[in-house]
Design a protein around this ligand. Sequence first.
Ligand code: PMV
Length: 321
Amino acid sequence: MPAVTASAPGKVILFGEHAVVYGQPAIAAPVTGVKVKVIVQADPLQPSGNIRIESPAINFHATRTELPEQHPLNTLFQLLEQALQISRLPAMKISINSTLPAGAGMGSSAAVSIAMIRAISQFVGLPLENEQVNKIAYEVEKAFHGTPSGIDNTVITYQMPIYYVRNQRPELIHLKDSITLVIANAGEAPSTAAMVAGVRQRWQQQPQYYEQIFHRIGRIVQSARKILEEGDWLALAPLMEENHQLLQSMGVSSPALDTLVKASLQSGAYGAKLTGGGGGGNIIALVPPEQAGQIAQRLLNEGAFHTWLTTLRPLKEDDQS
Ligand code: PMV
């Protein structure tokens, strides 16, 4: 069997993180400049049915039989066997390479799962449809993160901006115009599961207060979707600001995130907000394309650990690969 390669991009949540866990809509978009690449090849040296997994960047080297029963990759292999209707995947070597930072809220676990599901299913000659890929990746995300909303695996599977409501079929968003974002990392964040659990605890203590915030975020998401589909994306700026303030009042921002949001606005960004689980991790800033480099540099000067530039484009001129 010839070697097979599959890749999957990163993602950012544009609007609606956290509230999405409570049934509100959210919008996420792929980040194609960062990628997980998975190569699957035959491994004749392995005993029948064993799988060797190598991820040199994180110094992860294991075989399927060595993984603990509850390991998310075991979930992935078992669900793939069910979906492909084969009793045991053949022996193979899986190499994972990534330019996608882990634990930075860019969807690295979902991207690894999706690239693996695609590469393995193609390797055995039974490629899966997006819907099946997404379903398996969601179960693996649960094994990784507890109670994720499913937004990461969905946007990374479809590689398009999506309007997402938990447990509903995702709706693809067709952008009217390109938008340019600077993504900046404010440093290590607690796990998304911990941030989600913190919000849950506070919501249980003050349900009305939190539900009103979730509801307001839902309304922002609906307005943002309309703007993305109709153009006039400068109108996204106040929505970003409002969404960031609501995330602050939910207790998921941090001084470092707030500093980067403020610095983005002072250096010429139209709007900025934290993205993802918060507590650290990333912000996104909506920027004039010609000033993107300069704004990114300013954010590095203000303490950002890393920045990425990404342009979301309408499908017709889409050059994603
Ligand atoms: O930290 P990230 O980018 O994986 O995003 C988490 C988004 C949340 O809404 C906080 C949780 C979820 O599962 O949707």
